[in-house]
Design a binder for this molecule. Structure first.
Ligand SMILES: [Zn+2]
Ligand SMILES: [Zn+2]
Length: 268
């Protein structure tokens, strides 16, 4: 099975998955590598449960490197983070990333002006198209500011929670901003990921959509990682057959993992 490079454990406020169960599931599925990417979302408030999405970098790193050692004969455990990006956080984000020797950094947008589109607030106030436009503008703003990440996570995450989901969602509607985002990422030598979580939340396609992945490839994008965004062991590797089909259809022959922040290609 393809290597899963977007995984949450009990280090994330929204997961109870024991690290060891996550690793064992990767081994059972026959992955050569897997990357744990717990949330570090600074200045994030879910507005309902007020969960703490912050990691203690040394505790996180020490625990995971202990497991990496223990399971080294069976799987290459990579240590990553899913970093919540917001335009005002550059210093804090860099401080965290430089504190521990991470293999992989996913930069993700989880909020639009401080509000997570996971909650219905924004969708009640604006049309699906308006929220998606705001979401993409936020990503565009982030990539003008941040350079210290390897791939941009689930580029169209917000569509998971749209009133109509992705039923009337097309590249053309957002072409101008999406072209800018993809071309900027490619110029910066940054990758994207294909994230299969949306398939488990009623979407027709992955995040980002097949159309976005196709344009990324057409514009010269090469680096793409594959992630289930599993928050429980049973979801690890979920939808990877579909992800592989989409990538091949878009013209990819390889996907990537990151080790010590360096991309390494693996065959699809
Ligand atoms: Zn995320
Ligand atoms: Zn995630």
């Amino acid at each position: 099975m393809l290597c899963d490079c977007h995984l949450h454990t009990e280090f994330s406020a929204d997961s109870d998955a024991p690290v060891e169960d996550v690793i064992r599931q990767g081994i059972t599925l026959g992955m050569s590598h897997m990357c744990i990417t717990d949330h570090h979302d600074i200045d994030y408030d879910d507005l309902e449960e007020h969960l703490d999405f912050l990691l203690n970098p040394s505790e996180y790193y020490q625990t995971l490197s202990g497991y990496r050692e223990r399971y080294r004969e069976q799987i290459h455990l990579l240590i990553g983070v899913e970093m919540g990006l917001q335009p005002h956080l550059k210093t804090e984000v860099n401080r965290f990333i430089e504190a521990i020797p991470l293999d992989f950094v996913i930069g993700s947008s989880h909020v639009i002006d401080g509000i997570d589109p996971y909650y219905h607030t924004l969708w009640e106030q604006y049309s699906d198209e308006e929220v998606m436009t705001m979401y993409f503008e936020n990503i565009y703003q982030n990539i003008q500011i941040f350079d210290n990440f390897d791939v941009y996570g689930h580029l169209d995450y917000a569509i998971r929670y749209a009133k109509q989901k992705d039923h009337d969602y097309h590249y053309e509607k957002y072409r101008e901003i999406l072209d800018e985002i993809l071309k900027t990422l490619i110029r910066m030598d940054k990758g994207i990921e294909i994230n299969t979580a949306g398939l488990r939340k009623g979407l027709c396609s992955t995040n980002p959509s097949e159309e976005i992945i196709k344009h990324y490839k057409e514009y010269g994008g090469k680096i793409i990682t594959v992630g289930s965004d599993a928050h429980s062991p049973g979801d690890i590797g979920a939808g990877f057959e579909r992800a592989s089909q989409i990538l091949k259809k878009c013209g990819f022959k390889e996907y990537y993992i990151f080790e010590q922040r360096k991309p390494k290609a693996l065959p699809l």
